[in-house]
Design a protein around this ligand. Structure first.
Ligand code: PHE
Length: 351
């Protein structure tokens, strides 16, 4: 039995562990002595040839040597790890005195600010908000609005079809038909329905193939043009200022009779005529009229018993007038410089 071999491995091992000066080196020492096929392996192989008394003495020495080396290894490893962590922390030190990063929180497009404002005005007059859908049927978008397949007024609007039946709605008036059906026999209707519409317009400063409208619909007993005028007068004054007047000009829509276009007196010149109103003193803001008897009939209502009015306000149009925006395309360009200009508006409206 040769205990000196064990003592030698132990001594060398301790020396090597103490000498190691990096994580990598100490890992090497571990592999050399303590790993499965390390320096203890041949010493262990001797064990089987010893007597049982020798075995216990030799085994004990072997174990002691191994334990000593592994303890030392663990201790040194920890030291290295600690130093490495300290070094890393020192390198990555955070300077709390540096100014923080400024994350700007976004806010709403003026389009939606106008929708909110217009909605508030009509809600205060007892209207409800009805949600329509951009994806519509030809039936609701045209036919129930008194626009049969061969009607010439389709030419201006025939637009993005998915198939022979479905299209992107060309007007929020499509919501009218649905609401009339939904609310049949449930008393008078007083709704607005804001949303997007799509037409095959060429895009220019005042036209976009995508734009917003707010549809209004009132149906009940004895609803007249006077109600329409009174409602829109309140709307114009609340939206554009107490001094604004409205003017109704005779017009044509297949689903209203009589039909009107409604102008509001120019806020910039007060009606005298300027570049904003092209010298006329008036700016057109919406289309409206008394609901056509055919539309009432198709919706299930008896035109001899009830009547109503409808209107459609262009959202960007109102926003452009309200905020002095010169080009409708700005609403859809996602230019932060444009959008940021309305931060104050949002705060002023308390939203
Ligand atoms: N839907 C019409 C348009 O898009 C506007 C309108 C709505 C006119 C309701 C009258 C009544 O031009």
């Amino acid at each position: 039995m040769d205990l000196t071999a064990i003592a030698k491995v132990k001594e060398d091992g301790v020396k090597a562990l103490e000498k190691a000066s990096s994580l990598k080196e100490i890992q090497g020492v571990y592999n050399f002595y303590l790993a499965k096929k390390g320096a203890f392996q041949p010493l262990l192989a001797v064990l089987k040839d010893l007597s049982s008394e020798e075995k216990s003495q030799y085994g004990k020495a072997l174990n002691e040597a191994k334990t000593l080396l592994s303890e030392l290894y663990k201790k040194r490893l920890k030291d290295f790890e600690k130093t490495a962590l300290e070094e890393k922390l020192a390198q990555e030190k955070i300077d709390l005195s540096l100014p923080g990063r400024d994350y700007k929180s976004g806010h709403r497009n003026p389009f939606w600010l106008i929708v909110d404002e217009v909605s508030d005005i009509f809600l205060s007059m007892g209207f409800e908000i009805a949600e329509g859908s951009d994806y519509e049927t030809d039936h609701a978008n045209f036919e129930l609005l008194n626009i049969p397949p061969d009607h010439p007024s389709r030419d201006m609007q025939d637009t993005f079809y998915f198939d022979a039946v479905h299209l992107l709605r060309t007007q929020t008036s499509a919501a009218q038909a649905h609401e009339m059906q939904k609310r049949l026999d449930k008393g008078p209707i007083r709704i607005i329905s804001p949303g997007k519409c799509y037409r095959r317009d060429d895009d220019d400063m005042t036209h976009s193939h995508q734009f917003g409208q707010i549809e209004g619909l009132v149906i009940g007993k004895g609803i007249s043009m006077a109600d329409l005028k009174g409602t829109l007068d309140v709307f114009a004054k609340r939206m554009f200022g107490a001094k604004r007047e409205i003017r109704l000009r005779s017009s044509y829509f297949p689903f209203t009779e009589p039909s009107v276009e409604v102008d509001v007196s120019c806020a910039k010149c007060g009606g005298k005529g300027c570049n904003m109103c092209h010298g006329s003193g008036w700016i057109e803001i919406l289309g409206a009229g008394e609901v056509h008897p055919n539309v009432l009939r198709m919706g299930g209502y008896d035109p001899d018993l009830v009547s109503g009015f409808a209107f459609g306000v262009g959202i960007e149009r109102v926003a452009m007038l309200r905020y002095g925006i010169d080009d409708i395309r700005r609403f859809y360009q996602n230019d932060v410089r444009f959008i940021s200009g309305f931060e104050g508006e949002e705060r002023r409206n308390g939203r």
